[in-house]
Design a protein around this ligand. Structure first.
Ligand code: TXA
Ligand code: MG
Length: 321
């Protein structure tokens, strides 16, 4: 292992991490969705190291994390009312809004687009880190999921280390905040048109947005222009081959709701009781399959409703080769 220190989230360590971000170093930190690999969003050197460490293509934009609503106008302009309504309703929370950028959002963080992705995470450690970082003069923390490009997002500090330890150095830090509460990435909503358009499904569901603004959701379905997150074919993939909704054979791993029985000789990797547990356990189950060297994992997809839409999206991407 080349470097990186794992920190427990004491006040002193959070302060140390915030100051390290200001200096242009990387800090991996927990959020309620998945762990992020953070750098100061206005520090070109720090942000470019995110791309290096992840082997991520430079035109793939990063989400900027902020501590509070009051920071929104610093990063975004021409904010439509429906976006403010969404932010009021769901922030802090597992939702990223794509908005027109201000001058503070440089090409190196937006991948050259004239928009920026913004999120206030709902995780106490992330919010404390953001607070100390902003106190120290920072403006926002750019953070993709803390995994190598195309791999499974980490939902614990040990996953971060397993993914990135060869690429982090001794100035980089990892804050251990236990297991991520939600387990899959935020809902991404394009707010540059006349209504919200979901680019990546997540725990803030289409149903909950539609309840708030049914008229606008209808309009948005005709808009189709901006770069699509997770567009690359094999995203969120373990090394094991993932197949959906086939009968598992002896020696296969299996993921599916508890109500589905495990055939003889099949290793049950996750046995969630409901959709929330399915999301929480999914990426850990993929990692377990790789840790024990399974060749094939069969996942039984849940119904495409509510959180089931986001789970099916990740399963479908993991299964495509
Ligand atoms: O839950 C999450 O969103 C986590 C945690 C750490 O916040 N972050 C995350 O980041 O999943 P990442 O980089 O792995 O995925 C963010 C996606 C990317 O696919 C990127 O293309 C898209 O967001 N994105 C970011 N800014 C964008 C923009 N301005 N326009 C369109 N897509 C954007
Ligand atoms: Mg990611």
């Amino acid at each position: 292992m080349i470097g990186s220190q794992i920190l427990v989230p004491t006040k002193k360590n959070i302060l140390k991490a915030a100051e390290s971000l200001i200096l242009g170093n990387l800090v991996a930190f927990p959020t309620e969705t998945v762990y992020g690999l953070g750098a100061s969003a206005t520090n070109e050197k720090g942000v470019s190291r995110i791309y290096e460490v992840k082997s991520r293509p430079k035109n793939h934009p990063l989400i900027v994390h902020i501590s509070s609503f009051s920071k929104l106008p610093m990063w975004a302009k021409e904010i439509p009312n429906y976006a403010l309504d969404l932010a009021n309703e769901f922030w802090p929370g597992p939702m990223t809004l794509i908005l027109r950028r201000t001058d503070i959002a440089k090409d190196f963080v937006t991948g050259g687009q004239d928009t920026v992705g913004l999120r206030i995470p709902n995780n106490e450690i992330a919010l404390r880190l953001l607070g100390e970082f902003e106190n120290a003069g920072g403006f926002g923390i750019a953070a993709p999921s803390a995994n190598r490009f195309g791999a499974v997002s980490p939902t614990s500090a040990s996953h971060v280390i397993a993914e990135l330890h060869d690429n982090l150095n001794h100035t980089d830090l990892v804050i251990d905040g236990g297991n991520a509460e939600i387990g899959i990435e935020s809902t991404i909503i394009d707010c540059t048109g006349c209504g919200p358009k979901i680019l990546r499904p997540g725990a803030i569901t289409k149903e909950s947005i539609a309840t708030m603004m049914p008229h606008l959701m209808k309009i948005s379905e005709n808009i189709n222009e901006i770069r699509f997150p997770g567009q690359f074919k094999s995203h969120y993939s373990p090394k094991a081959k993932v197949e959906l909704d086939v009968t598992p054979l002896p020696g296969d791993g299996m993921i599916g709701l508890m109500s589905i029985t495990t055939p003889d000789g099949v290793l049950r990797l996750a046995c969630p009781l409901d959709l929330e547990e399915y999301a929480q356990q999914l990426y850990g189950a993929f990692r377990k399959a790789d840790d024990i060297g399974l060749k094939r994992v069969v996942a039984i997809a849940p119904e495409r409703k509510g959180l089931g839409v986001a789970i099916c999206d990740r399963l479908r991407k993991a299964a495509s080769d």
